[in-house]
Design a protein around this ligand. Sequence first.
Ligand SMILES: Nc1nc2c(ncn2[C@@H]2O[C@H](COP(=O)(O)OP(=O)(O)O[C@H]3O[C@H](CO)[C@@H](O)[C@H](O)[C@@H]3O)[C@@H](O)[C@H]2O)c(=O)[nH]1
Ligand SMILES: [Mg+2]
Length: 194
Amino acid sequence: MITNRIKNIVSKLLSDNYYILKKITFDFKLSNGTWVTQSREVYDRGDGAGILLYNKEKQTVILTRQFRMPTYMNDNPDGMLVEICAGMLDKDHPEACIIRETEEEVGYRLQKVKKVFEAYSSPGVMTEKMYFFVGEYTDAMKVSSGGGLESEHEDIEVLEIPFKKAVDMLNNGDIIDTRTIVLLQYAQIHKLLE
Ligand SMILES: Nc1nc2c(ncn2[C@@H]2O[C@H](COP(=O)(O)OP(=O)(O)O[C@H]3O[C@H](CO)[C@@H](O)[C@H](O)[C@@H]3O)[C@@H](O)[C@H]2O)c(=O)[nH]1
Ligand SMILES: [Mg+2]
C-alpha cells in the first residue's frame, strides 16, 4: 500500500463467523489537500476465479444454475442464478483453482485455460479480486456429472446451451450475474466461437 494520502489505519474485527468482516477507520487526504477521517466496512472472503467454457464445433457454452441467498434477499424471486462456473481460490493459484472448480461443478477435466482479465468484484465493500478465464471444452473431457461438493451441500445444475441462446438470455434479463455478463460479452467481442 504505497500512498501518502492515507494514514492512521485502525482495524476492528466485526465478525469472523465464517469469513472476515472488519471496520476500518483511517485518515484520508482529499484531493484539495485536507485530511478527513473515514470509516468503511470491508468484507474479506479471499479472491475468486471464474471461467466461460465454450465449444466452437457445437456452438455451445457451459453455465451453471444455483441458489444464491443474497439475490433472494434482493429482488430475485426464486433466488436461482445462471452463472459461469466459479469458485474461491482457497489459497490456490487462480489457474489451478479454476481447473479444480470446473471438474467439481460441471464435470469437465480441462488441460488448458486462458486468463483474460483480473477485476475487483465489488470494490466499495469487498476485498475480492476475480480472475477471469475462458477455456475450450469437448465431450471427451467429461469425467463426471459435476454438481458441486456434496459435503458442502452444493446443488449446481449444469447447463450446456447454444452460445446464441446465452446471448439472448443476457439481452433479455435472464442472465443477471455481472461476471457471467462480462465473459459472455468478452466472447462476443473477441468472436471466440467463430
Ligand atoms: N457454512 C457456510 N458455508 C459457506 C458460507 N459462505 C459460503 N459457503 C460455502 O463455501 C463454498 C464456496 O463455493 P465456491 O464454489 O468456492 O464459491 P462460490 O460461492 O461459487 O463463489 C464464486 O462466486 C462468487 C460470486 O457469487 C464469487 O464471489 C467467488 O469469488 C467465486 O467466484 C460453498 O460450498 C458454500 O456452501 C457461509 O457463510 N457459511
Ligand atoms: Mg462456485
